[in-house]
Design a protein around this ligand. Structure first.
Ligand code: SF4
Length: 696
């Protein structure tokens, strides 16, 4: 009964890239319940995170005043109680904290050879992401700015830019309603994109064939016509074998290939080396199954391919995505209803933050920092000097540069590298060694424990701004409640910091920032703040009345000659392989109830009650061989460290594999993971490490 509430506010879910629209029911200044509404991506549906994961914003751990590290604080480390930071920090006024933050960064700017780097956030608005990259580029003259896309789909974006000329999806996930075949590979949508998964289930109910490919069995398996539980790291062998069959049996779309693509002959020659019979052992899938999948996909009238971090987070992540793009191109499955390439985005605004330029190689809209004309278009709007034409460092490279001493200060907004970086003890040591660290967040995160200055900011339900979901749908976020205490919206803090760095910014509202973004972002053509206040708009929007294009590239690709490209991929082994000392394969990932580093969902009452404890999953036979009962604790050890965690029995995990969720600080998965990088996307190999498991 809406009479029970003081107000109802329509906004967007803060968790995954699906971008469900919802209504927040507010009473006495606090959110009491959440309901799905009719957004373009969710049509009234919500998952458990959107429905119940809201009361973290009232948690007593919220930061309510700026904090400065005490002169007599103990050495930097994780030893700060997030409920009582005053053992290590003292409260300060906004003026004092902003001055301290800016002065520390400005001092490093003046010193020869020193550099400041910034991590922005995919949980903030498009406007806040845009301001963050501008602050680093304009304020420090270089491009050392990145965010969690580097840990998520950077390799997918590298392959998409290379081969189809655009890093975003070619079709919304809702287009599956027009498909008759779909591949879901390296992702677990029932837990990670649950509302998208509901559309996949409806597709199956209508008779669609769902081909699931994943080293781990998961919920979508129950809906699959084909389930290929292949060996971890064997993606390229698997996909090349499927494409080999399509070439061998001449199931490809000659007309589409001739009209719309390039490099086909080289691709065909390359695939000759990957017959299913030769690849079967490497990928653990029988040749007749590979042939059947190839025929099923190639025989589709309309087919889509969805993928997640199981594809992207490998040293060969870009090659994995190249294979998926080639598979869609050779069968002509791009640019029509029910066709397309769709890397499912993780964070609610990782698409928008990437579009807005939180990337070390690209200014907004993926315009290269190395292009003099591009830089001058931006500096003209910014009224500032030129900045470096050199690509900046990426997330993992920045931590390496801190260890080397070439980066000595950082500004981190809404990211938590002390949990999210691979080989996280290496990242924590880097954070501890920084001369000046400014952290802007809503909680005293593990990263904030290492800060010199902490700036308390607003949760998503406390702010105004736009976000862009996995479907390229730009949507308006609206505040339902006020930030606690003296906490401020992130854009306001960025503006105040920039002013103290001498940048002369004077934005008074996010709509002014959005207006500036439009000046150099063609993707926002025909999209205005006023339109977004009324409804979501999908980019590209071709006219002021066009709700946007759900499907793109029907009439050519945004590459020089309008053609997409086939880029052959070779088999590159994982960076480290199991041996006698570390005999198992570690795979990390998410669970339905918890979000990324856990800072929000583990403080949401219902979600924490449903899934309260760090856990890992192993096959029952693997557990038996270890002499471990389900519910007992095991120690997992890699070349980088150890964690102790409760073991669950799960037949969906292949024998010899360990699945470890990464949301739990008490058993932080990234103590174990490997920081080896994909050479193109610079994404670390989170999805494969050699691990030892022992009963505690
Ligand atoms: Fe939120 Fe994603 Fe769940 Fe939708 S599917 S309610 S966006 S977490």
């Amino acid at each position: 009964d809406s009479g029970d509430f003081d107000s109802e506010v329509e906004t967007v879910c803060p968790y995954c890239g699906v971008g469900c629209q919802l209504s927040l029911k507010v009473k006495d200044g606090s959110i009491r319940s959440v309901e799905g509404i009719n957004g373009p991506a969710n049509e009234n549906r919500l998952c458990v995170k959107g429905r119940f994961g809201f009361d973290y914003i009232d948690h007593p751990h919220r930061l309510t005043r700026p904090l400065i590290r005490r002169d007599d604080a103990p050495p930097k480390g994780l030893n700060v109680d997030p409920g009582n930071p005053l053992t290590h920090f003292r409260e300060a006024s906004w003026d004092e904290a902003l001055d301290a933050a800016a002065n520390g960064l400005a001092k490093l700017r003046e010193e020869a050879g020193t550099r400041v780097a910034g991590f922005g956030s995919a949980k903030c608005s498009n406007e806040e992401a845009y301001l963050f990259q501008k602050l680093i580029r304009q304020g420090f003259g270089h491009n050392n700015v990145d965010h969690c896309t580097r840990l998520c789909h950077a390799s997918s974006v590298a392959a998409l830019l290379e081969n189809v000329g655009s890093g975003a999806v070619t079709a919304t996930f809702n287009e599956i309603e027009n498909a008759d075949v779909a591949i879901v590979i390296g992702c677990n949508p029932m837990e990670n994109h649950p509302v998208a998964a509901t559309y996949f289930k409806q597709f199956v109910k209508r008779g669609g064939k769902l081909i699931v490919m994943d080293p781990r069995g998961h919920g979508m398996k129950r809906f699959a016509s084909h389930m290929l539980q292949f060996r971890p790291g064997a993606d390229v062998s698997l996909l090349n074998a499927i494409m080999h069959v399509i070439v061998e049996e001449e199931l490809y779309d000659r007309q589409y290939i001739a009209a719309m693509t390039e490099n086909w002959e080289a691709m065909k020659d390359h695939l000759a080396g990957f017959p299913p019979e030769a690849m079967a052992e490497a990928c653990g899938i029988a040749p007749d199954v590979l042939r059947d999948v190839a025929r099923t996909f190639a025989g589709a009238q309309a087919a889509m391919i969805f993928w997640g971090m199981g594809v992207s987070q490998h040293v060969h992540g870009t090659d994995n995505a190249r294979c998926l793009i080639s598979l869609a191109l050779m069968t002509g499955q791009v640019g029509r209803p029910g066709t397309g390439l769709h890397p499912l985005r993780g964070q609610n605004n990782v698409q928008g933050a990437s579009d807005a330029g939180l990337i070390p190689m690209f200014l907004p809209d993926y315009q290269s920092v190395t292009d003099d004309g591009v830089r001058s278009a931006f500096t003209e709007v910014w009224g500032s000097e030129d900045f470096s034409a050199r690509k900046g460092l990426t997330v993992v490279e920045i931590m390496d540069a801190v260890h080397e001493g070439s980066i000595r200060g950082m500004y981190i907004l809404g990211e938590n590298p002390a949990m999210s970086d691979p080989d996280v003890e290496h990242a924590r040591a880097a954070l501890a060694s920084l001369e000046h660290l400014v952290v802007q967040d809503i909680f005293l995160t593990e990263t904030a424990c290492y800060a010199d200055v902490i700036l308390p900011s607003s949760a998503w339900y406390e702010k105004t701004g736009t976000v862009t979901n996995t479907n390229r749908q730009v949507q308006m976020g609206r505040p339902a409640v006020s930030p606690p205490g003296e906490a401020k919206e992130d854009w306001w803090i960025e503006v105040e910091l920039a002013r103290r760095l001498g940048l002369g910014w004077s934005y008074g509202h996010p709509r002014e920032i959005f207006a500036e973004m439009k000046l150099n972002m063609p993707s926002l053509a025909n999209i205005t703040w006023e339109r977004l206040e009324k409804s979501a708009v999908t980019y590209p929007s071709l006219s002021p009345d066009d709700p946007g294009q759900a499907i793109v590239f029907g009439d050519g690709f945004p590459r020089e000659d309008g053609r997409a490209r086939f880029t052959p991929a070779n088999v590159i082994p994982p960076d480290e392989v199991p041996d006698a000392e570390y005999p198992f394969v570690l795979i990390t990932g998410r669970q339905l109830e918890h979000w990324h580093t856990g800072s929000m969902t583990r403080r949401a009452t219902v979600l924490d009650a449903v899934e309260p404890e760090a856990n890992c999953s192993l096959h029952p036979r693997t557990l038996r061989d270890l002499g471990v009962e389900a519910g007992e604790y095991i120690r997992l050890t890699t070349r980088r460290g150890s964690v102790t965690v409760m073991a669950r029995s799960d037949r969906a995990v292949a024998e010899g594999n360990v699945f470890l969720p990464f949301a739990y600080v008490e058993a932080a998965a990234n103590i174990l993971t490997n920081a080896a990088l994909d050479p193109y996307g610079k994404i670390p190999e989170f999805k494969f490490a050699a691990v030892r498991a022992e009963k505690v």
